[in-house]
Write a protein that binds this ligand. Structure first.
Ligand code: FAD
Ligand code: SIN
Length: 546
């Protein structure tokens, strides 16, 4: 089946939904999303959205904090644009019905909104707008509600995009072969419930597929975060960058029954301290900012403590604070920890670092445009230049909102110019020779192998030797997956496995290339930063296939 619309949005987190709402009055919108509409990284966001509202704060301070966190390679014009757009984007969310917490404790410049502003690592002022500790849920719920109300938006749940369709796409059992200078026309997607593969075409295609935490064995991310957008764009010839900068969140709950539960940095913003198994506070030894240092510093400090002491976890302790404040400020974390038998008002919380956020991604300009015509990338899947070598806390939801806005404006301008008749006849997906897989075990085994490999060899602390080992292994695994991919009928597990292998390989290539330590990339062979050689992005493009 072939579907056509003006705008094709792949992904239904904050970036994709916000873009859809902004263009829907001007054309038809199709949203593809691989599970239920609200399953996304967005929905799990806790801390909030960074924005200058307090009179004690300024754009210059937010810009300076973002640049400091990015460790020398943020694009300054992008940082300035994003930071200055933030208050308008937050007001839009308020207008859409998002109920952010309000309080009198910060004098604000938000037109009487008097938002309660939290603090997180790397921020020199309180500037985190939040809805309790469930900010992402509040944002996603409001956006989903408005998307469902809009007659021009059609949502295809349980449809997983397989590959982008570009001008020079030729099909050989679904293989997409592209030249470098290209146009994007749409995507092939698998209906996970029926097993059918459909063709979706549009004038504008937006990748809003989120992050890639599932490339690692331990992650704060939900199962959807398999780097599909980065992998699809890379295969289609898009430029990707800075994939070595994987952010590890310092404090995920360490408990055998907790799959991936985050303990928000906002807890440290409210006075939470980190202690080891002897009850000693240790962050003083690593940074004058202690627990409120940037995430790369705190995650590395915890990693060092664990290796030094042979412990399995450290502890985040907020039990010295007023229990009523803790319960009302962090109701979700309080309740969730109770289900694991931990009362955070009385006990320290066992925590470990875990893969959390991909700072690199598909390279875009200030409007979210990629190097492939008609193809935009927004949200976590993009690399806009905002985050540099390390994202500042709560700048991610912000980036997604700002770039949904930027991209929508540009796409609406372009809509006047793009004639739909320039689309070629798109051949349907062809997998006639493929047979049903009889080796499901291969997919789950290889999936685990990649994730463990990335955790052990391409984690918080790297070395040339470990990276070389990782490269040898991933080359072998990628070859095996490729062979399997072309012989058997496509399933969503196989699509995701292929994508995490592609992203893992690209992360290893970027990490191997950078011969210094900067931000989130730490290599023991080059422990110092080298501005003369490496103060730049790591840019990667798939070799041209003819
Ligand atoms: P997502 O919200 O991840 O949405 C991606 C969408 O794409 C999903 O709907 C997914 O199903 C869909 N998708 C993916 N691949 C395909 C495919 N092949 N076909 C079809 N659909 C596909 N950031 C902050 O700024 N503040 C915070 O407080 C904060 N807290 C966080 C807490 C947690 C636990 C996590 C995991 C992240 C947090 N982040 C936070 C990061 C932030 O939530 C994400 O970076 C942001 O939500 C990404 O939004 P997005 O729209 O780009 O992607
Ligand atoms: C958190 O609440 O600690 C997550 C914030 C973020 O990822 O920006």
């Amino acid at each position: 089946m072939q579907y056509e619309s003006d705008f094709l949005v792949i992904g239904s987190g904050v970036a994709g939904l916000m873009f859809a709402l902004k263009v829907a009055d001007h054309g038809s919108v199709t949203i593809l999303t691989k599970r239920r509409i609200n399953e996304s990284n967005t929905v799990y966001a806790q801390g909030g959205i960074a924005s200058v509202f307090s009179q004690a704060d300024s754009f210059d301070l937010h810009i300076a904090d973002t640049l400091a966190s990015g460790d020398g390679i943020c694009h300054e014009s992008v940082v300035e644009m994003v930071v200055k757009s933030a208050p308008d984007r937050i007001r839009e969310l308020i207008d859409l019905g998002v109920g952010f917490n309000r309080a009198a404790r910060d004098q604000d410049a938000s037109g009487g909104a008097c938002l309660d502003l939290g603090r997180e690592g790397g921020h020199c002022r309180n500037r985190i707008v939040h809805a309790d500790d469930l900010t992402g849920l509040a944002v996603e719920d409001a956006l989903v509600h408005h998307v469902h109300e809009h007659k021009q938006i059609r949502v295809f749940e349980h449809h997983i995009a397989i590959d982008l369709i570009t001008r020079s796409t030729r099909l050989k059992r679904g293989m997409v072969v592209t030249t470098h200078e290209d146009y994007c026309y749409g995507a092939y997607a698998l209906d996970r419930r029926t097993g059918e593969i459909h063709t979706f075409c549009a004038r504008t295609i937006v990748l809003a597929t989120g992050g890639s935490g599932k490339v690692y064995a331990y992650t704060s991310n939900p199962d959807i975060a398999t780097g599909d957008g980065i992998a699809m764009a890379y295969r289609a010839g898009a430029i990707v960058a800075n994939l070595e900068f994987v952010q590890f969140h310092p404090t995920c709950l360490y408990h055998p029954d907790a799959k991936n539960f985050l303990i928000s940095e906002a807890l440290r913003g409210e006075g939470g301290i980190l202690i080891n198994s002897d009850g000693e506070r240790f962050m003083d030894a690593y940074s004058p900012l202690k627990e409120l240092a940037c995430r790369d510093v705190v995650a590395r400090a915890i990693d060092t403590e664990l290796k030094k002491r042979g412990d399995q976890c450290v502890y985040l302790d907020i039990s010295h604070q007023d229990p009523d404040m803790v319960k009302s400020r962090f109701p979700n974390i309080y309740e969730k920890c109770l289900t694991f038998g931990i009362d955070i008002t009385r006990q320290p919380i066992p925590v470990v670092p875990a893969a959390h956020y991909m700072c690199g991604g598909v390279v875009t300009d200030i409007f979210g445009r990629t190097n492939i015509s008609r193809l935009f990338a927004i949200g976590e899947t993009a690399c806009t230049g905002l985050h540099g070598a390390n994202r500042l806390a709560s700048n991610s939801l912000l980036e997604a909102l700002v770039y949904a806005h930027q991209a929508a404006h540009k796409a609406l301008d372009d809509k006047q110019q793009i004639a739909f008749e320039t689309s070629p006849v798109i051949p349907p997906w062809d997998d006639l020779d493929a047979i049903d897989s009889d080796e499901v075990i291969m997919v789950s085994h290889t999936w685990n192998e990649i994730r463990r490999l990335m955790w052990n060899y391409v984690g918080i602390v790297r070395s040339d030797k470990r990276l070389a080992r990782a490269k040898r292994r991933i080359d072998l695994i990628a070859g095996e997956i490729n062979e399997y991919y072309w012989n058997f009928k496509i399933t969503s597990n196989l699509i995701e496995l292929r994508n995490i292998a592609t992203v893992a390989e690209a992360i290893i290539r970027c990490a191997t290339h950078r011969k210094e330590s900067r931000g989130l990339h730490y290599n023991i062979a080059y422990p110092e930063k080298n501005d003369i050689r490496w103060k730049k992005d790591t840019v990667l493009r798939r070799p041209f296939v003819s």
